[in-house]
Design a binder for this molecule. Sequence first.
Ligand code: MG
Length: 404
Amino acid sequence: MSGTMTDEPTPAAPGEPGACAAVIVAAGRGARAGGDVPKQYARIGGEPVLRRTVGVFAAHPAVSTVVTVIHADDAALARQAVGSAPVHFVTGGASRQESVYNGLKFLDNMDPDFVLVHDAARPFVTAEIIGRCLDAARRHGAAAVGVPMADTVKKTDGKGVVIGTVARDRLWRAQTPQVFRYRDLLAAHRAATGETLTDDAAVAEAAGLSVAMSPGSEDNFKITTAGDLARAGRIARASADPRVTVVGHGFDVHRFGPGDHIVLCGVRIAHSRGLEGHSDADAALHALTDAIFGAMGEGDIGRHFPDNDPQWRGAASDRFLRHALDKVAAAGGRPINLDLTVICERPKLAPHHDAMKQRLCDLTGLPPARIGLKATTTEKLGFIGRGEGIAAQAAVSIDLPDTV
Ligand code: MG
């Protein structure tokens, strides 16, 4: 691309009120951020910085045209970065100021009422920030996003020695976007050719325009260093926060033996027989624990609590369940619901249902509406029907961060 134009923007329809274009400045080399590509093409949260930035403007209802000013060497990189977003590309100049001027000249034919100028390296601009600044510009003629100074500001002698403390109550740190009447900013840039000004508000000020400040945010920072890029990655991942629901299934059987009680869902139930097992033989909690391990891809209960390990002899099975739930919590997850069925001919479980369900609520932290607890028989068929043992099966769903 020589020159500044790669294609022609569509002129606004005659009489369309308040047409507004955005110029995204992406022509810098970004040497301070390191990496293989300029920072505006680095990936944060799975997508290039430029795509994220362009996407906010392309989706904004007040913005009718997006122009992205890029370095002459980056045409392929830029097209790939923005994907399907409707964007006009313009080649930048030797400085940021020249690049913006090229973007503005490209819009000459469209002649929008307002133009927003934004740094590509500020990917966390929001629709609200854009809307507020545009409103301020419509009222005042020009507006720049910024953040009021919170730190005390020191003036030094050039050798790091303080020679004064600057009153901060009227100081702002300027960000972008900055919004201007298009013709005003174009004329101001033309007049400022050859000067070195660091933002468009300064270009406008030099032309005698008055610029109002509009609140931005700390997240609307400019990615400059490798540390900034790492911070941007953290914010992008946190804001994306993709999650999945995983499900697991568990099944367990214990044989009846001598005894005077059984334990189901952690509740002691008097019975003419007991259940054989290495631990307390709580088939219901074993099935539920296995369902959780299954959902987490963590193998089975025997892998975590080997039945030849003497420390689990006679153990209360809520320890196994707590261990599985700790795994869920450590992964940033939480159980959503569970459904448990106990299968036996005797004892009758209806009298114990409420106590068992309450115990499940206490152990899992789930509300009653998220816990299913049923009992059934096998109509006297098979080993359960002959009263040789008890079976339990469980299903569980778990909400997890999608980190796989
Ligand atoms: Mg078991």
